[in-house]
Design a protein around this ligand. Structure first.
Ligand code: SAH
Ligand code: SF4
Ligand code: F3S
Length: 485
């Protein structure tokens, strides 16, 4: 359902009645109630109240934030990117420790701002809120926060917002897990021409270092008809590129009433008229099927890019990480993909400093980087997460050893990327124009099918369209070019 249809429903609701028991009707009811509160607030302020949603973490969180913004717009807020807003929401990430520290720092700044603006409200949500120790800390030392909720009940945001207007003290609502998926809630896309689409939630893999399964719950897939309907309506509103989102898209559909594979879902999505490009994130190597490789190979819309997280090139470490593939299996898979789809770009995630990792293991990782020839890789320093098996493993690696390994891996990644990215130099490529270049407003910035950035002179009216660009010069991670007919 689009924003106008939801607006129409919300307009007609009698807020003096009882809230409905079923979703999404219950949330529409609370959107109507919050609208009334926001009208009152508008009178007190003499202007519409503003709201700022700040997002940390991955694409899942980015998409969740679009859903929060959709509800805030229905409620009557003006959206701003300025944290001096009347309502500030932090959508948090906890995948590594440094993400947590950043949040506490930002909260300190907000405390002072709140003293100056008596109408100001602060909300915290997202993955970090699913950790009991965080909630304890917030209750003890951050009593000025108005609303705290987690990842499982984000669909209840309208109801929680209403509770904030009707309560003086901190509203906290955290669920341990859910099997519920609520459809037809509003969302507001950050870009009019591209969007993320959740196809599944949660993760069942329990890689031994990773906190995501604990904070995002068990894996559950959306029904294919709901996914298709959402994409069709996005395309009707001008979207040409979608990114299908899941922690492990390759296990999509296994627990549906009528099971379906990810490759089958992709074939259905391919049929949607007007949709030009399909991307997806993330693919676990252990579940990547030959069926998927064949569907990608024959597709006209699936982008020539695959993010295939390696984590480590050492079979021993992979086993301790509970990744369930060996170095050899990963290499064979990457080779097979490149054999079938020669123009594909592979990218990856690597962790350095996992407990027990030696320099010999790091060399194995570098060996994989060289053999697979990645276009890019995100390299992370291992961060122990409370509650995960790896956090209590013996042989935690001393920081100076981690640093040495990290620098080596980073250099290998950068050298490889420089060599790989430039292999299309001199060719023409279709580029989806995304924005005016940040450094030079005479240039536009777009993305090739394989996700490489391209800058070229052009008119901003091209934003959102696919144009043919000659890739003239490669500068490490991006190209400079010129539009060609
Ligand atoms: N579901 C995705 C990854 C989600 S988290 C997948 O399986 O690929 C994104 C990346 O963060 C991971 O690929 C991993 O490289 C990194 N990561 C996760 N937990 C980490 C930790 N405890 N320390 C360092 N990096 C971590
Ligand atoms: Fe974390 Fe592994 Fe699940 Fe990815 S697949 S979210 S790394 S547990
Ligand atoms: Fe972070 Fe949660 Fe994503 S922990 S990486 S925002 S799933």
């Amino acid at each position: 359902m689009n924003r106008y249809e939801i607006d129409q429903i919300v307009r007609e609701i009698d807020i003096h009645g009882q809230p409905p028991g079923t979703e999404p009707d219950r949330q529409y009811f609370f959107m109507a109630k919050v609208r009334a509160h926001v009208r009152e607030l508008t009178k007190s302020l003499g202007r519409k109240p503003t709201c700022c949603v700040t997002t940390f973490g991955c694409q899942m969180n980015a998409r969740d934030s679009e859903k929060l913004v959709g509800i805030l717009l229905q409620a009557g807020y003006d959206i701003t990117e300025d944290e001096h807003a009347d309502f500030v929401i932090f959508n948090t990430c906890t995948v590594r420790e440094n993400a947590n520290q950043r949040l506490y720092g930002r909260l300190g700044t907000l405390k002072n701002r709140k003293k100056k603006n008596p109408y100001m409200k602060i909300a915290l949500c997202g993955c970090m809120m699913q950790e009991p120790s965080v909630i304890e800390k917030l209750k003890e030392s951050y009593g000025f926060v108005d609303l705290v909720f987690g990842t499982h009940n984000i669909y209840k945001f309208a109801e929680l917002l209403n509770a904030v207007f009707e309560n003086q003290s901190m509203v906290i609502d955290i669920w341990e897990d859910t099997d519920k998926i609520v459809e037809d809630l509003p969302s507001e896309r950050k870009y009019p021409f591209k969007t993320g689409i959740n196809i599944m939630f949660g993760c069942n893999n329990f890689c031994s270092y990773c906190i995501v399964p604990y904070v995002r719950g068990r894996e559950r897939s959306r029904k294919p008809e709901d996914i298709i309907r959402e994409i069709e309506s996005a395309v009707a509103e001008g979207v040409v590129e979608i990114m299908l989102l899941g922690q492990n898209v390759n296990s999509y559909g296994k627990n549906l009433e009528e099971p379906m594979t990810f490759a089958q879902l992709l074939q259905e999505i391919e049929k949607i008229d007007g949709l030009k490009r399909i991307r997806f994130m993330t693919s676990h190597p252990k579940d990547l099927s030959e069926e998927l490789i064949q569907v990608m190979k024959h597709s006209k819309k699936i982008c020539r890019h695959l993010h295939l997280p390696l984590q480590s090139g050492s079979t021993r470490i992979l086993q301790a990480m509970n990744r369930r593939y060996t170095k050899e299996q990963y290499l064979a898979l990457a080779k097979r993909i490149k054999q079938e789809i020669p123009d594909i770009s592979l990218t990856t995630d690597i962790i350095v400093g996992f407990p027990g990792e030696t320099m010999a293991d790091v060399e194995e990782t570098i060996d994989v980087i060289k053999q697979v020839e990645y276009d890019n890789a995100f390299t992370f320093i291992y961060s122990p997460r409370t509650g995960t098996p790896a956090a209590v493993m013996p042989d935690q690696v001393p920081p100076e050893v981690v640093k040495e390994g990290f620098d080596k891996v980073l250099k290998a990644v950068q050298d490889m990327a420089k060599q790989q990215v430039k292999r299309f130099q001199g060719q023409n490529a279709m580029v989806l124009v995304e924005e005016i270049n940040e450094q030079d407003p005479a240039l536009l910035t777009g993305r090739m099918s394989n996700n490489t950035l391209v800058h070229f002179p052009g008119d901003p009216s091209l934003i959102g369209s696919l144009v043919n660009v000659k890739l003239e010069d490669c500068y490490g991670f991006y190209y400079m070019g010129h539009q060609v007919p």
